[in-house]
Ligand binder design. Structure first.
Ligand SMILES: Cc1cc2nc3c(=O)[nH]c(=O)nc-3n(C[C@H](O)[C@H](O)[C@H](O)COP(=O)(O)O)c2cc1C
Length: 312
């Protein structure tokens, strides 16, 4: 059974971005679910003995999903057994469009292979009693087999489907075709998470209203504006939401650094990236970002951000 989600707005899995520091920040700011970056099943198996160092997370993130990828059935089964004690949901990636991944018959490549997908879902369902979910795109070159894949997910007992209705070929170009989310919601009886192009609380509400999806998932906008979760929750509850001051944005950066320091896998470039992201929209942000680009140590980044904060 799915856990009770404290909000309808979820943080998307984002490789290189949705690390335990950003996830915790988003949870604290109101995200209903956070998901790890996609994780290779072979790496999980290889790192079994030190899985806690390989996959970093904290209890405070719950409800927390791990996202796995890879289509080797034996490794998948083993990987699920290894990670299931630690996570509330096991999610499966069928959306990543990167060539070096799809060449391994993983992620979005599977959208062309309903039979193999069924085997994968069977293995996943049998391997754990924890909820199993899947995240899909609309197709490879055109939106075609996603309906079959979604039906298979439902038939094999998966608990939820997240849909980013762009094709692999589209990458992030064009717009997320929300009409397909509506079609999916009408087709299956398991919960549907709509995803793609939500930038404001109004967008989130519009996706919920127009498609009937149960939850929404936010990726790119949450990288620079994790307050969006608070704002969406306020907007869905009261029909209005508060703004975010520049000072508050930079304070969020310092919180991110505080959390990031607890995790060896979070590197200086993550901290620099978030300094740049969180300063978006602040007066003088552009000049600040020019300075940040040259910095190579966390302490330097913190110093420059403190000076910026004091000048706001
Ligand atoms: C930097 C980056 C990394 C991503 N990594 C993953 C990933 O690991 N797993 C996944 O399912 N989707 C991944 N995605 C896709 C997002 O989860 C999401 O589906 C996509 O960004 C569309 O949502 P948005 O318009 O709110 O950004 C990634 C997206 C970005 C921008």
């Amino acid at each position: 059974m799915l856990p009770k989600f404290p909000s309808k707005a979820f943080l998307a899995p984002m490789s290189g971005v949705s690390n335990p520091a950003l996830r915790l920040l988003c949870r604290e700011l109101g995200a209903g679910l956070v998901v790890t970056e996609f994780t290779n099943i072979h790496a999980v198996v290889a790192r079994e003995a030190d899985i806690h160092n390989f996959i970093e997370f904290s209890e405070k993130e719950r409800p927390l999903a791990i996202q796995l990828f890879g289509s080797d059935l034996e490794a998948l089964q083993r990987a699920i057994k290894i990670v299931e004690p630690y996570f509330d949901i096991i999610d499966y990636n069928m959306g990543c469009p990167a060539d070096h991944i799809t060449q391994q018959m993983a992620c979005s490549a599977l959208l062309q292979h309903p039979d193999l997908t069924r085997e994968i879902f069977k293995i996943m369902r049998a391997a754990t009693k924890k909820p199993v979910t899947v995240k899909i795109r609309a197709g490879v070159t055109k939106p075609d087999k996603w309906q079959a894949i979604a039906k298979i997910a439902e038939e094999e007992g998966l608990d939820m489907i997240t849909f980013h209705p762009r094709t692999v070929k589209e990458g992030y170009s064009g717009t997320s075709n929300w009409a397909l989310i509506k079609e999916l919601k009408q087709m299956v009886s398991i919960p549907v998470v709509g995803n793609g192009d939500i930038r404001t609380p109004e967008d989130a509400k519009r996706m919920l209203d127009e498609t009937g999806c149960d939850y929404v998932m936010i990726g790119r906008e949450a990288m620079s504006n994790p307050f969006l979760f608070t704002q969406i929750n306020q907007y869905l509850e009261k029909g209005k939401y508060g703004g975010m001051s520049s000072k508050k944005k930079i304070e969020t950066f310092f919180k991110y650094v505080e959390y990031a320091k607890q995790y060896p896998t979070i590197k200086v470039y993550n901290i620099r990236m978030q300094a740049m992201n969180f300063s978006k929209g602040c007066p003088g942000g552009k000049e600040l970002r020019g300075k940040l680009l040259k910095l190579k140590e966390t302490v330097e980044i913190e110093r420059v951000m403190k000076e910026f904060y004091d000048g706001l």
